[in-house]
Each structure stands twice: as structure tokens, then as C-alpha cells.
Design a protein around this ligand. Sequence first.
Ligand SMILES: Nc1ncnc2c1ncn2[C@@H]1O[C@H](CN(CCC[C@H]2CNCc3c2ccc(Cl)c3Cl)CC[C@H](N)C(=O)O)[C@@H](O)[C@H]1O
Length: 278
Amino acid sequence: MRSQRRHSMERADKEVSVAAMKEYYKQFDPRSYLRYNYIPPRADFTRTDSIVPWKLSCLHRAFQEGDVHGRTLIDIGSGPTIYQLLSACEHFSNIIMTDFLEVNRQEIRRWLHGEPDTFDWTAFLQHACELEGKGCSWPEKAKRLRTAIHDVIPIDVHSPNPLHPYSLPELADCLVSSFCLEAVSPDRTSFQKALTNLGTLLKPNGHFLMIGALDESYYQVADGVHIPVVPVDQEFVSATLKSCGYEICTFQCYTLPQDMKVGVDDVAGIFFVKAKKK
Ligand SMILES: Nc1ncnc2c1ncn2[C@@H]1O[C@H](CN(CCC[C@H]2CNCc3c2ccc(Cl)c3Cl)CC[C@H](N)C(=O)O)[C@@H](O)[C@H]1O
């Protein structure tokens, strides 16, 4: 009961609408964000119960099954991160990264161009090479990822045509999205509508690999700046995917160990779902 009350308190003092979410995101600071979520303990590669190793193993396994392949993959709401594509780049030659904010697209472009003082993804690259066990080195993995990423463009999942004015030469064979829909939707209705919008980008029989936060009501986007998000659970995410015409291939959940709760959000768990568009 207490946590529910806390959720409602955290959200109660915030206006929640799609327009309000867009206002909140103007305060998003990529550097702080990376510091909150992509250093130990949440990115501790000596622990299998750390958040990032769990995410990377889910993605690795999803691609290893061999049924996810094609030419074009779109990463939805990339943010300033590239870890979510470390397995994908072995199976797709045309990866399009997307984000709502220019500051995030800029952060990605700076990494793509190998510019100085960008975030250090070395440990993530090394971990992906270990998972694949092909003896590839992290510089080779970085090169392959940079080669596969062909574009970094704007997106708004709340738009019926999310990539407008960019026009896709062909529909995607696969969508990847990590922590986007629940972090940008003020309520469950807009989460569902956003999922419907994204479906227009994906071929029939294409796959959607989605990572998301469970039972989260807010998170910190910059020092002292919290934004409200919609709490979702496995039942809701599964039902929404099915109602949007997907078949659930895999649904895995991870419960945050206490020391992963570092005060930057009130996430209780994380889900990974591999879904196939009928
Ligand atoms: N209308 C819009 N349309 C499209 N995209 C929008 C819109 N509005 C905003 N965005 C963009 O979505 C991106 C969401 N983004 C942060 C939320 C994750 C965060 C909070 N939840 C718990 C949690 C988090 C991170 C790590 C961990 Cl471990 C946990 Cl638990 C994901 C970035 C990246 N994919 C990542 O995996 O870190 C952001 O880059 C916006 O610019």
C-alpha cells in the first residue's frame, strides 16, 4: 500500500499529459543520465545480477536463436546509449537509431565519429564479445557497430507517423526499444497508442525486442529533475502487445536487487520481451 501511495504522491504533483512529458524531456541531461544508469552497480560486469549484464544476455539470447534477421533494424528512443545494439549489429546491416532529443542524437553521433570525451562503452563492448565467444576484440566490435549504424534521426512515438518527416525506404525487419514507451507515456492509453504508431514501421513477421521498467512511477533525468512515468506490469505489456497484433515469443522479468535501487528512479523490476508481428 505504502509504495502505491508513494507512486501517487510522486505523480500527483505533476501534470501528466503527452505535452507535459515533452516539456519535462527538455530538461534531460545525457551526461547525468549516463552517470545514473550506466556505471556500477547498474553496469557491473562482474555480477550477473547487475542490470546491464542481464539486459545484454537477454538481447544476446534473442539473436542467438537465429530467427531474428533481415536488413533494416530501427532502435526506438535510443537516448545517448549504444549498448542495446551490441548483438543486433551482428545480424543487421542497416541500423537506424532514433531519439526525440537532439542532445541525445548528438551524443550518439559524437561516439560514431570517435570524438574525444564521449562516454566510455569499452566494458560493454568487451562483455558483448565474451557473450558471443567468437574471440572478437572490442575494437572490432566497435567498428562493426559503427559500420552498421547508418542513421541517427528524430522520432516521436506519440505521432501516428513516428519518423515524420523522414520517410523509410523500406519497413524495418526488426524494432528494438529499451526503456522508451513507459518512460515517455503519461498513461496506459498513450503507451498503447504509441505501440500502435510503432507498428506502422515494422514488416509483418518482423520482430519487436523491447526492454522496459516494471512498476516505475518516476525517474531522474538531471540533477534534481524527476519526471513522472506510467507504471506498467507484465500483464499489461503482454496484453497490449497482443492487442496490437503481436505474438509473444519470450517474456522475461528481472527483479532489482536492493543495491540496484540507487535513488534515480523507483523501478521494481525490468522486462525483456521478444514479440513477432503477425
Ligand atoms: N515522444 C518520444 N518519442 C520517442 N522517444 C522519446 C520521446 N520522448 C522522450 N523520448 C526519449 O526516450 C528515451 C528514454 N530513455 C530513458 C529512459 C530510461 C530510464 C528510466 N526508466 C528506468 C531506467 C532507465 C534507464 C536505465 C535503467 Cl537501468 C532504468 Cl531501470 C531510454 C534511453 C535508452 N534507450 C536506454 O536504454 O537507456 C530518452 O532518450 C528520450 O529522449
